[in-house]
Design a protein around this ligand. Structure first.
Ligand code: ADP
Ligand code: ADP
Ligand code: MG
Length: 452
């Protein structure tokens, strides 16, 4: 097992990884940008190295600085968390060439699956159903028009390098196509430094269902069931739950398909196969070759610590369980708590935490990096925590989440807490009658709460 791991991230996921390391008796090195020197991950780690200034490109995305920190501190492995360098094949190559274990798949696998257009092509090869769309890469605007006419409208133009809901543009007809095409490419160039796009048919009322995969170095692949992440705003998840209430036959077929997909690309470590489900059919949309924000709901119902599993796999251990050993218990829900103002078009609210009360109780979990007096930084993602609960049934989990949300107090910061409460109070959510369009469609109703 590793003796020391460098955590190449910040925020709640860095804290989550440091905790897992401590529980495994592994030393930790935090890295931080100048504005993050007072962050919780820096305080909790055994050692910490400043890797540059506030702009991500100068610190959390600065590969050489991170590798240097690892070498200087004699860390044998790097955990990338999510976002930042977690799906960067070049960074993984750099780790490989410096003899540092990257806690994730190989650079080749990331190259193949992290790029969404490549992944799509590979999955077609593997016989995994994908959303109807472009089979080949879009080479030019003229080429894109031709593909669009074949695929039919409405359609989505999606960034091959995209993630976090960015680089996805809708065109309802050919009139909207040119503008959407250029917008998708520009957004992707700015966000991901890559303007390659592909085209997919736009599904009208899908559910987002994804499968958690674990795979070791010896070819053993298991899935840890699915998560329903259909409650989204601007293609970004807000509330996630596990399991879904899909029919068993479909769930089993999808799980087998997800394992097959991971096996086909010789996947290793933790990963997620994302599908859209519409009218009883399912379609692969992408694979996330990293740990995900919503991994705790799976941990809650399987009792398996996914971060610890990632570390063990990277250290060369064999998976200690088989598919039949994985038992699912209860129903878990996660609310992403963001520093944003739902009443002001969800504008970020990077202010100081002047008071904090975190809910507790049986099967109530809060993963966060906040503390009283902490100044939230405007330079990074607005997610400041995740509240996770488990109940015996979905109904019990909803009640528990409502209770926990009502207890959570974050003074000094505008958050989406009441927005989450309104979502969980909606009868269609309580009755599991929602798809990925639900939040946008019901936005007006969901914003009608009283702040005080
Ligand atoms: P998940 O897919 O794990 O549910 P998100 O898609 O919201 O969660 O992504 C997790 C974090 O990683 C977010 O902060 C998001 O902005 C960021 N992210 C996701 N994909 C990419 C990417 N390809 N490049 C950079 N950041 C990304
Ligand atoms: P990201 O890498 O940003 O997570 P995804 O391809 O996973 O991008 O898509 C994010 C979300 O966008 C999906 O969960 C879904 O809500 C919506 N979406 C993506 N593709 C389609 C599609 N073909 N039809 C309808 N909605 C889609
Ligand atoms: Mg996705």
């Amino acid at each position: 097992m590793f003796q020391k791991i460098l955590v190449a991230n910040r925020g709640e996921i860095a804290v989550r990884i440091i905790r897992a390391c401590k529980e495994m008796n592994i030393e930790t090195v935090a890295v931080y940008s100048d504005v993050d020197k007072d962050s919780l991950h820096v305080q909790l780690a055994d050692e910490a190295v400043c890797i540059g200034s506030r702009q991500s490109k100068d610190s959390y995305l600065h590969m050489e600085n991170i590798i240097s920190a690892a070498i200087q501190k004699k860390a044998e492995a790097i955990h990338p968390g999510f976002g930042f360098l977690s799906e960067n094949a070049k960074f993984v190559e750099l780790c490989e060439s410096c003899n540092i274990a990257f806690i994730g798949p190989s650079s080749t696998v990331i190259e193949n699956m992290g790029n969404k257009a490549n992944a799509r092509a590979l999955m077609i090869e593997a016989g995994v159903p994908v959303v109807p769309g472009s089979d080949a890469k879009v080479k030019s605007y003229e080429d894109a028009v031709k593909i669009a006419n074949e695929v039919g409208f409405p359609l989505l133009i999606k960034a091959s390098a995209g993630g976090g809901g960015r680089g996805i543009k809708l065109a309802n007809s050919m009139d909207e196509f040119e503008r959407a095409y250029h917008m998708a490419r520009n957004e992707s160039r700015v966000a991901f430094n890559d303007d390659a796009v592909y085209i997919e048919r736009y599904l009208i009322h899908p559910k987002h269902i994804e499968f958690q995969i674990l795979a070791d170095k010896y070819g053993h692949v298991v899935h840890l069931g699915e998560r329903d992440c259909s409650l989204q705003r601007r293609n970004q998840k807000v509330i996630e739950e596990a399991p879904s209430l899909l029919e068993d036959a479909l769930r089993i077929e999808m799980g087998e398909c997800a394992v097959r997909a991971a096996e086909y690309v010789h996947y290793e470590n933790a990963g997620t196969i994302e599908f859209l489900v519409e009218d009883g059919a399912f379609y692969f949309i992408e694979m996330n070759t990293r740990i995900q924000v919503e991994h705790p709901v799976t941990e809650m119902i399987t009792g398996i610590d996914l971060i610890q599993e990632q570390i063990k796999i990277a250290a060369g251990e064999e998976l200690s369980f088989k598919q039949k050993d994985i038992v699912f218990d209860g129903h878990a829900i996660e609310c992403r708590i963001n520093a944003e103002d739902p009443k002001n078009n969800f504008a970020p609210s990077p202010t100081k935490v002047t008071g904090l009360h975190v809910p507790g109780g049986f099967h109530v979990r809060m993963d966060s990096f906040l503390y009283t007096g902490y100044q939230i930084s405007p330079y990074y993602d607005s997610m400041i925590g995740k509240l996770i609960v488990k109940g015996k049934t979905r109904k019990e989990a909803i009640l528990k989440m409502q209770s926990a949300l009502s207890e959570l107090i974050i003074h000094g910061v505008k958050t989406n807490q009441s927005f989450c409460e309104m979502i969980l109070r909606h009868p269609m959510v309580q009755e599991y009658q929602f798809d990925t369009k639900f939040l946008e469609q019901k936005m007006n109703v969901l914003l009608e709460y009283d702040d005080e």
